[in-house]
Each structure stands twice: as structure tokens, then as C-alpha cells.
Design a protein around this ligand. Structure first.
Ligand code: CO
Length: 508
């Protein structure tokens, strides 16, 4: 790993020079003409960040807890065009990894692009060469003339894994919705590569696997798009892999995450269905354009037995759409399933870069609870809090798959217009929420970090990378998870494009 010393020094100087010195949130906005706008500085949220940097110490307001000694790793898109060619969707930009490391009350920052096949196409050929979810490469004129039809997606060997980060058996892996993880070094963020022999095979996977620390099992799924098409639920323990169920689906629904209880894998299968005929036709378009929202069909909640395998129960409800499960658990003969519920799949459409950048409103999700009685399959549903919630997180090691009280997420203040403008803490016991917000600041996914030795579920901090649109740079927010009050803020000297998911690791 080479570190350009002069760049580091310059970066640090810039960070210090640019860092606000007064109390947080006072005054600075007044001189900025953009601050009068509805969403000041929002254009930076989806503006490319090309530079890779290492800043051994970044400027900081407030005091970090002494026990916070580890690294927040983040993943998300950071390059939205290559030359004249543009990626169409937020989900498509080139993956960049970010690391905020804490030691001795100080914070360092590093970022690096994931070395995917698409990354090397940028660097070596200066073009978009591979298909992403909502972007296809420009048609190859020679091929067009000879075949007369558009070709199938062109996939890179190393996927542009820009969605999540998983730590498994001491290894760090970046994921997208292709079941080929990309390993990287958490300290230097250099890409280590994919498994030998890993190969794209017409199937999708999940960027949100689950891990049960009590049993050592990892759970995931695979979606087979070509016949025999369907959904496969998989558990792995070390090198041992088991297929728990295969659910045949003629038009597999789009799926992003799932829930895990002590006994069940919980799938929420929604009628956003893959149309293989369209996909194989000349006017197919990028892969996501071949999914169709079919609201006359139900959304199904499917319970798969974790130990014995097989589907235990399937219940149906009116169509709704979800990217994210918040939690699931069993209680008194019932299975409780909490998700971020969208009215329909329109949210995917709203996240095309053209639309988000133009300031159109992004549909929001409700914190919805489904309770399924195991004996008879009867199901009830209700919304647990009034606030919207997305990119949900919780005290995972302590409460995943178990009775719980708190979850954290991002949201949009009701009545405000836009994208994401607040952090939310949900107390599902009381049905209340608490928010953190500041004008012109757009926070990202809140990662909960428990305090060592914590007795209560919310004893810890929230880490969220937020874009300060008024100061035109990003910062790491550190909030006390108990009351959502800000403890500290560490500044990078540039903006960080809006990302998806990350994790905190005490050891890297
Ligand atoms: Co996600």
C-alpha cells in the first residue's frame, strides 16, 4: 500500500482549514446563497467523488467516547459517469469503500474504489463496459448490425459490489445482488478478489445475509431467473452448505433482504415479478426494467424451517413492497415480522439519478409489523410508529431474531419534500420515535455500536455519515443512541456521495 505523504498532509491541512470552529450548526449557513434553496447542497449527494485519499487525522467537533476504538466501514456508489457515458440509477454507480477509524479519541478516514471489472473498464478503456441493475453498456455497433437484436447483459467477472459489507470468519466482503462476494482488506481497503471459480450463473443473491452468532450458521438466498426458476434458501456453516428449500416461481419476484428467527427464515415475496420473455426479447432494457409490479397479486410471507428445511407456512396479504426487513422473532405461538413497507415498487423508479437529482419526492416506507399465528396462519398487521423509516439497523448481535425494542433508520420529515433529512430511533414498545435532524444535512444509514459492557439494548452510539449540504462536505455523526443527541462530528474535507450500508468492526 502506497501512501502519498504530500497528499495526506495537504488533505489534513485542508480539513483543518475548512473545519467549522464555532458551535455546530450556527452561523455558517448565512453566507451561502444556496442555503435559501429547499435542499441546499443536495446536488453533492449524487455527484461523483473520484479521489482516493487517506487522512490520518480528520477535524472533529465534540469528544468521542473513549471505548470507541474500531472502524466504521461503509459501501456505496461514488462514480456516476464514465466519460460521456452515464449510469442511470443510484444502485449502479461504481463501488467505493470508506473507513472511519477511531483510536485515542481521534478519527482517521480512508476511501478506495473497489477494483471491480467495471472499475478496470473505467481506468483502462474509459467506458461503461458491463451491465448494472439499471444500466447497460452502450450498444456495440458491430454486434448490432450482425444480430439486429440487443444482447444479454454483459457481466464483469468481479461484480461492482456497492451495497453492503459482511464480516465472515475474519474476512471482509463487499456484496451486491449477485452471489459473488468481493473480499477486501479492511485496513487499506484494497480489493483482494473473488473466490476461485466463482462465476455468474443467471442467478441473483442477497446483499443482506444473516449470521447467527449462537449457532455459527450463515443464511442467504439465491434467485434463479431462468427455468427452473425460483427461490433457494441456503444455510452455510464453515464449508458445509445446505439447501433448506427451493420455492419454484415462474416469474421470480424481486427480493432484497429477509428475516431470521430462532426457527425460521422469513421471506417476504412481493409481486414485482421478473418477466423472462421480455428479458429475452430485443427491447429488453437493463435487468430491472424487466420486472413488473403486479398489484393484483398478493405479497406472500413464507416461513422456512431453519433446521429441517422446507416451507412451514405461506400467508398472503395485499401487495406491498419492501427492500428491508427490520427484525423478526417468535413469541407466544406467533411469528413477528417487521419490515420497511412501501406502497409499491415505485420507489425503485424514483431512485433513477435523473429523478432524485431533479428533486422529485422519494416514496417513503412505514414501520410495519405482521403477526402470524403459527397454529392457523392467521395474520394481523399494523404500523408501529408514525415516522417513516428506511435503511434500518439495530443492536444486531443482541436482538436479531429476538424480542426487541429499538431500531434506527433514516427518514423524511412528514410535510418536508425530498429524499432523506433525518435519523429516526423507533421505540416499538411505546410506539414512539425520536429524531435527529439539522437543516441542510442529509444523513446516511445509522450503524449502532454497543458500549462494551452495556446492560441495556440502546446503550451505545449511532454512527452515520451525513452530507452537510450547507458546508458542502460530509461528516461522520456520532450520536448517543439513548437520546439521539449529538456527541461528536468528524469532518472530511470533501463530499461523500450517498451510500447504502456499512458495519462497525472492533477489530480490522
Ligand atoms: Co439494503
Amino acid at each position: 500500500m502506497l501512501i502519498d505523504g504530500s497528499k495526506v498532509a495537504a488533505g489534513l491541512a485542508a480539513a483543518n482549514a475548512l473545519a467549522p470552529t464555532g458551535p455546530i450548526g450556527l452561523g455558517q449557513a448565512l453566507a451561502d446563497p444556496e442555503s435559501k434553496l429547499r435542499r441546499p447542497g443536495f446536488n453533492l449527494a449524487f455527484k461523483s467523488l473520484e479521489e482516493e485519499t487517506f487522512l490520518p487525522r480528520i477535524a472533529q467537533d465534540g469528544k468521542l467516547p473513549k471505548w470507541l476504538t474500531g472502524t466504521l466501514l461503509r459501501n456505496g456508489p461514488a462514480l456516476f459517469e464514465i466519460g460521456e457515458e452515464k449510469f442511470n440509477h443510484w444502485f449502479d454507480g461504481l463501488a467505493m469503500l470508506h473507513a472511519f477509524s477511531f483510536a485515542g479519541g481521534k478519527v482517521s478516514y480512508r476511501n478506495r474504489f473497489l477494483r471491480s471489472s467495471q472499475y478496470w473498464a473505467w481506468k483502462k478503456e474509459g467506458r461503461i463496459k458491463f451491465s448494472e441493475l439499471a444500466t447497460d453498456p452502450a450498444p456495440d455497433p458491430c454486434r448490432q448490425i450482425f444480430s439486429g437484436v440487443s444482447t444479454l447483459p454483459v457481466l464483469g467477472r468481479v461484480p461492482n459490489a456497492n451495497v453492503t459489507i459482511e464480516k465472515l470468519a475474519g474476512e471482509f466482503r463487499a456484496h451486491t445482488e449477485i452471489p459473488i462476494p468481493v473480499r477486501f482488506n479492511p485496513k487499506f481497503l484494497n480489493t483482494l478478489g473473488i473466490e476461485d471459480g466463482a462465476e455468474m450463473q443467471g442467478r441473483l443473491g442477497t446483499a443482506h445475509p444473516h449470521f447467527d452468532p449462537e449457532t455459527g450458521e450463515r443464511f442467504s438466498y439465491e434467485v434463479e431467473l431462468v427455468p427452473p426458476s425460483g427461490l433457494r434458501i441456503v444455510s452455510e456453516k464453515g464449508a458445509k452448505r445446505r439447501e433448506l428449500a427451493f420455492i419454484p416461481q415462474s416469474s421470480p419476484g424481486y427480493l432484497h433482504s429477509f428475516g431470521l428467527t430462532r426457527r425460521f427464515v422469513v421471506i417476504v415475496s412481493q409481486p414485482f415479478n421478473f418477466n423472462l420473455a421480455k428479458f429475452l426479447s430485443p427491447d429488453r432494457g437493463p435487468i430491472i426494467t424487466n420486472y413488473e409490479w403486479q398489484p393484483e397479486e398478493p405479497t406472500r410471507i413464507i416461513l422456512v424451517d431453519r433446521r429441517r428445511g422446507g416451507v412451514v407456512r405461506t400467508v398472503e396479504t395485499d401487495a406491498f413492497f419492501a427492500f428491508h426487513h427490520i427484525n423478526a422473532y417468535e413469541q407466544d405461538g406467533k411469528v413477528i415480522v417487521d419490515v420497511c413497507a412501501h406502497k409499491d415498487a415505485g420507489v425503485i423508479d424514483a431512485l433513477y439519478l435523473k429523478k432524485i437529482r431533479s428533486g422529485s419526492k422519494v416514496p417513503q416506507a412505514k414501520y410495519r409489523r405482521f403477526e402470524i399465528r403459527l397454529s392457523n396462519g392467521k395474520m394481523t398487521q399494523r404500523d408501529l410508529i408514525d415516522a417513516y423509516i428506511e435503511l434500518p439497523q439495530k443492536n444486531y448481535d443482541r436482538v436479531n431474531g429476538k424480542h426487541y425494542r429499538y431500531a434506527y433508520g433514516v427518514g423524511l420529515k412528514k410535510g418536508s419534500s425530498g429524499f432523506i433529512d433525518q435519523l429516526v430511533k423507533a421505540d416499538v414498545k411505546k410506539g414512539e420515535s425520536r429524531v435527529w435532524r439539522e437543516r441542510g444535512v442529509y444523513p446516511g444509514e445509522p450503524v449502532f455500536v454497543p458500549r462494551p459492557g452495556a446492560k441495556t439494548e440502546d446503550d451505545g452510539v449511532i454512527l452515520s455519515v451525513a452530507l452537510d449540504g450547507i458546508r458542502r462536505r460530509s461528516a461522520l455523526l456520532v450520536l448517543d443512541a439513548r437520546d439521539m443527541e449529538e456527541i461528536a462530528r468528524a469532518w472530511v474535507p470533501h463530499h461523500i456521495p450517498f451510500g447504502f450500508h456499512g458495519l462497525y468492526s472492533r477489530r480490522t
